[in-house]
Design a protein around this ligand. Structure first.
Ligand SMILES: Cc1cc2nc3c(=O)[nH]c(=O)nc-3n(C[C@H](O)[C@H](O)[C@H](O)COP(=O)(O)OP(=O)(O)OC[C@H]3O[C@@H](n4cnc5c(N)ncnc54)[C@H](O)[C@@H]3O)c2cc1C
Length: 495
């Protein structure tokens, strides 16, 4: 029996564990042992139910168009618990020059695709709008040679948006909307590693507006061609689960087999002796296995992997992280004093606020608050405000509350508050990220029996993280000549 040791019990580690369990169920002679240093599983995924409020401290949803979470939900029997957003109440505000503006209808990422809402919005100045419209006339920067990809023509989000749509578009729309998703600094963020599609769009269509108008038409055509089946669940841009994102973690851990998962003791050391891997835990005990999947944050992986391969560790050291916190506040609906018919507000950096964004959690997700109560959640921190992380929980609650009062006009006193800190919780895909990842992957393949997985590498979204865990398993099993039937099925779909 071959044993895979998985380090880290976030969605990437659990995705790996569940994949090994499926390989065993297919009849392959493999098993796993997962070690998580925290007393609980889930890593950045953390849901708590407090006084009837369902509070997500980390991610509160996943991108619906990505298949991995749906696939796991179907396999584990929680697909019917997938929760779409309440789009009847969909509205997003952006703070601009101290005032709230609606995100204009038709804006996709940072490109307007409908003339009238763009022309009439007060979000941009007239010179700003004219500069954004100039995207229609500015030619593509260069033509890629045959076989070249976005990775060969990388640039930062800032450089791309400023060159195509102007500085005002970056400051007032792209930074909070696109940079905010990654809690990243647009001046450092690699576009090829985060949104290669934008670079590809410029190649194909010559500009962002043309590209997104074409994308919008395509979506409309697909919707017409494949209308939702009668009685089928509504599909919205983001999806969550009835019991919060923690439901996914529980389902994966149950399906993988909790008896092979240990929590509350971390891995202190990883070593290889010939074909045998030895993993020493913080309590001094050790495990041996035939392969190791390191599914921790890259900064935690660095020290574990260094004795095995310094080249991998050096590349890992090049991946920066930023810290952030979410602060959830509950109110009586009659006290809160604001129109709750919105999903949230974005606060561009240029506004100089402590709050990066806030979500109206109980509006966006039905069932997050008891009847007559509402739940709001604020984000603070990010690469431009690391100092705020030194504040106490009490101070963070005070800061977020005062920002919500000032920006949205929130009144009343919170009935309940929760602070979740994510120290070095968000990897920064800076320029050079893809080269670092290639180094990590190539060198790991040479070591043999070693793979890395998680949000630090090829996508921070939950579906990407799960897939990275699954890919790591396919890699190590492949080295033993094992191909899973489900992977072969997947191959058939593409070839
Ligand atoms: C505030 C916030 C909001 C987010 N919102 C969204 C969202 O809405 N949608 C979305 O798709 N994504 C979102 N993300 C991103 C997403 O949550 C993460 O990318 C993803 O959860 C990372 O999963 P992971 O398994 O790679 O890593 P993690 O969840 O970080 O798991 C790594 C685990 O390894 C453990 N570990 C570390 N060192 C050791 C050791 N030595 N021994 C044993 N265990 C160890 C850690 O304790 C941790 O549990 C958000 C992230 C944050 C921080």
């Amino acid at each position: 029996m071959r044993r895979v040791i998985i380090i880290g019990g976030g969605v990437a580690g659990l995705g790996a564990a569940y994949k090994v369990a499926r390989a065993a169920a297919e009849g392959h002679d493999v098993t796993f042992e997962l070690v998580e240093k925290d007393p609980r599983l889930g890593g950045k995924v953390l849901t708590e139910t407090v006084d009837g409020f369902v509070v997500d401290g980390g991610p509160d949803c996943f991108l619906t168009e990505k298949p991995a979470v749906h696939r796991i939900a179907k396999l584990t029997g929680i697909f019917d618990d997938e929760l779409p957003t309440d789009d009847a109440r969909k509205r997003t505000f952006i703070l601009s020059r101290g005032r709230l503006h609606d995100l204009p209808d038709g804006v996709m990422m940072f490109a307007p695709t409908k003339f009238w809402p763009f022309a009439t919005t007060g979000l941009f100045s007239w010179p700003g709008k004219i500069r954004m419209g100039a995207d229609l006339l500015i030619p593509r920067r260069e033509r890629w040679a045959e076989g070249e990809t976005a990775a060969d023509h990388d640039e930062t989000l800032e450089s791309f948006v400023v060159r195509r749509m102007g500085r005002e578009c970056l400051d007032r729309l792209a930074e909070p909307l696109v940079g905010g998703v990654h809690a990243s600094d647009p001046a450092k963020m690699s576009l090829a590693a985060t949104f290669p599609r934008l670079l590809e769009m410029e190649q194909t269509y010559g500009g962002m507006i043309k590209g997104f108008v074409a994308a919008r038409k395509k979506v409309a055509e697909m919707r017409k061609k494949y209308p939702p089946k009668p009685g089928a669940k509504q599909r919205t841009f983001f999806t969550s689960f009835e019991a919060g994102m923690g439901q996914l973690v529980d389902a994966m851990a149950d399906a993988a087999g909790r008896e092979r998962i240990r929590t509350g003791t971390g891995v202190a050391e990883v070593a290889r002796d010939g074909a045998v891997w030895r993993v020493v835990l913080d309590d001094g005990t050790s495990l041996t296995g035939d392969a190791v999947i390191v599914a921790t944050e890259s900064w935690a992986a660095e020290s574990l992997v260094r004795p095995v391969d310094a080249g991998i560790a050096d590349a890992l050291a090049g991946i920066e992280h930023s810290s952030s916190a979410t602060v959830s506040l509950a109110f009586d609906e009659s006290d809160v004093g604001i129109d709750m018919d919105a999903f949230g507000v974005l606060c561009p950096l240029i506004e100089g606020r402590s709050l990066m964004a806030a979500t109206f959690s109980s509006t966006k997700w039905p069932g997050r608050a008891p009847e007559g109560r509402v739940l709001l959640r604020g984000f603070v921190g990010g690469p431009h405000n690391q100092a705020i992380m030194a504040e106490s929980d009490e101070a963070l609650v005070g800061i977020v509350l005062s920002e919500l009062r000032d920006i949205l006009g929130v009144k009343g006193e919170p009935l309940m508050s929760r602070v979740y800190r994510w120290e070095r919780g968000m990897p920064q895909y800076t320029l050079g990220h893809l080269a670092r990842i290639s180094t990590i992957e190539q060198r790991s393949a040479q070591v043999g029996g070693l793979a890395l997985a998680g949000g630090s590498y090829r996508g921070v979204g939950l579906p990407n993280c799960i897939e990275s865990g699954e890919r790591a398993v396919s890699t190590v099993l492949g080295e033993w000549g094992i191909t899973l039937a489900e992977d072969a099925e997947e191959q058939k779909r593409y070839y």
